[in-house]
Design a protein around this ligand. Sequence first.
Ligand SMILES: *[C@@H]1O[C@H](CO)[C@@H](O)[C@H](O)[C@H]1NC(C)=O
Ligand SMILES: *[C@@H]1O[C@H](CO)[C@@H](O)[C@H](O)[C@H]1NC(C)=O
Length: 194
Amino acid sequence: MARVPIFAPKFMIILSLIFSFSTILVNGDQDHEFVRSMDRKLLGLKKEKLSHFKVYWHDILTGPNPSSIQVVPPLNTSITAFGLVRMIDNPLTLGPEMSSRLVGKAQGFYAQASQQDLGLLMAMNLAFIEGKYNGSTITVLGRNEVFSTVREMPVIGGSGLFRFARGYVQARTHMVDLKTGDATVEYNVYVFHY
Ligand SMILES: *[C@@H]1O[C@H](CO)[C@@H](O)[C@H](O)[C@H]1NC(C)=O
Ligand SMILES: *[C@@H]1O[C@H](CO)[C@@H](O)[C@H](O)[C@H]1NC(C)=O
């Protein structure tokens, strides 16, 4: 009992310190802004520009180095292969030949999302390696009805030089090998970015 008065002052100091810290923390929240409007120049954003990129997208299903691999089989009751999912790491080249200059990869997946026809859900990042675009990406998400002459899909965003990107792509089949399923598709990408 005799020791209590000796410890009590220290205890009070600790208690008051804890309380004053918590007071500081609570007040500190008022200094943390949740949102503010800002000048776009602070992010180095000048004038928005429109660019057109043309690349060839190679869906290689067969051979020693396939770039497109089935990860979910289609429902075996489906005549349209509904449910099929393929993961892709498809080369993007400047010309239609695989030997032409590699400028990036289309990485993501496509899934057969239509029970009536061939309507793919495409979800992919065009990851560029060419010149100043090396490391920048464009994200495409959309519907690809592969038997249509021109398929349009939205560009929903991007990174690096494509921050704030918006736009669309148009895909046209250049070549399909009906035996293997390998395909080369011309992609025209129209994108607003800074
Ligand atoms: C579909 O797959 C299930 C399970 O693997 C199997 O039991 C069934 O026989 C298959 N149906 C057809 C039409 O192939
Ligand atoms: C792209 O950038 C990576 C990482 O910075 C680098 O290793 C690579 O050599 C570059 N590729 C080209 C084609 O410039």
